[in-house]
Design a protein around this ligand. Sequence first.
Ligand code: ADP
Ligand code: PMV
Ligand code: MG
Length: 415
Amino acid sequence: MAERGLVVSAPGKVILHGEHAVVHGKAALAVALGLRTFLCLRPGGEGRLRVRLPGVGALRSWERPGLSALRERLGADFDESKPPSAELLEALKEFAGIPAEASAPDSLAILAFLYMCLAISAKYGDVPSVDIVVWSELPTGAGLGSSAAYAVCLAAALLHACGAISCPLKDGEITARWTEEEMTLINTWAFQGERVIHGNPSGVDNAVGTWGGALRFQSGEIKALKRVPTLRILLTNTKVPRSTKVLVAGVKEKILKFPAIMNPVLDSIDAISQECQSVLEAMPANPSPEHYPVLEELFDINQHHLNVIGVGHPSLDRLCRVTASHGLHSKLTGAGGGGCGITLLRPGQCPSARLARHGGERGRPFLPPGTAWLTSCPFLPPSRQTPPRRPWKQPSEICARADLSAGRPTSGPPG
Ligand SMILES: Nc1ncnc2c1ncn2[C@@H]1O[C@H](COP(=O)(O)OP(=O)(O)O)[C@@H](O)[C@H]1O
Ligand SMILES: C[C@@](O)(CCOP(=O)(O)O)CC(=O)O
Ligand SMILES: [Mg+2]
């Protein structure tokens, strides 16, 4: 491991179409966000492994021999091609003092960390003696893929600390990418981390967190969308908390209960993703405004479908209603049940100031109490995204940065 340490970062994502359906083998269209999760890895002292997660209020430290002994005891169960078994996760919870049914953000984050650390070190080397801090610009549990960005950062850092992937930084370089082969390995392990947090993820979020840009994802197949137009999308966080794991499990239950009713809905969502992709690919050659009504209608139809499969929420209904009263079209993004919604903006339309300051239905404020105006997100291919604000903060794909400072990185974690 590099003596001077490393900062890794990975972006969050927005799903344009295909959330939930993608878990059941349908297509999804997703794009990396300019908001990222960061991880700082430093050589640790005294044979300890320390992890600090200020975003979820967790700080843990373990002696390496204790972790090695646990790993030896459970070693046969670590296999990156299979979901982590319930028995393995129970054993890790017991070791970490996490109650059996705990689903709090800190519990899931520590469980994912322990699983990834032990599994990666079982395969590639020794349990590393390192200090790890993770912090994020992404809201947690809001549909923007914070769990995947966290898992991608952990996978990259732990694979690096165990010697499974190189340090991509050459002398004098400040930022770098791993090779394609190394990124594939990072993505594979990040998916395992997502499995711990989500239960049954599709893999779309960790694919965007690893590769960045705009992509189509279906059954593990990742296709970069190269010729997509600049779409302006407004992101609104309802700030209603929810858990992806619970929502994904709820959809599965509904499909099992009403297969003949739910499967056609998933097929229709799949067709929406295909149609949207065709429109996006036609737009660069023919950038006429006629495409927008189609994209808007696809948002509306998909939002209805997402309500049908049980992942809507009154806060999201309100977002759709209020934006509709301004001629705009919205849908939820990510797992739903609260979290974030996206609103499509036409070229030249800039409603944020109007909506945020004066908007709202019949004089009521546009945003319900506790709602944040998060950001507006350009839907751009990697090559045309806006330049990074900080040297290592590229808007697409995972990237590594040398921890050049003796102290904290400049955009360091709080506290
Ligand atoms: N910065 C972070 N530090 C630690 N854990 C995180 C971080 N970001 C996300 N997580 C983990 O991911 C979980 C949220 O995942 P999820 O419910 O899928 O929501 P989303 O991925 O939409 O933000 C949190 O409860 C926490 O366990
Ligand atoms: C609902 C789903 O399609 C996306 C979940 O995204 P998020 O965790 O809400 O950011 C689940 C998945 O694809 O794994
Ligand atoms: Mg998630």
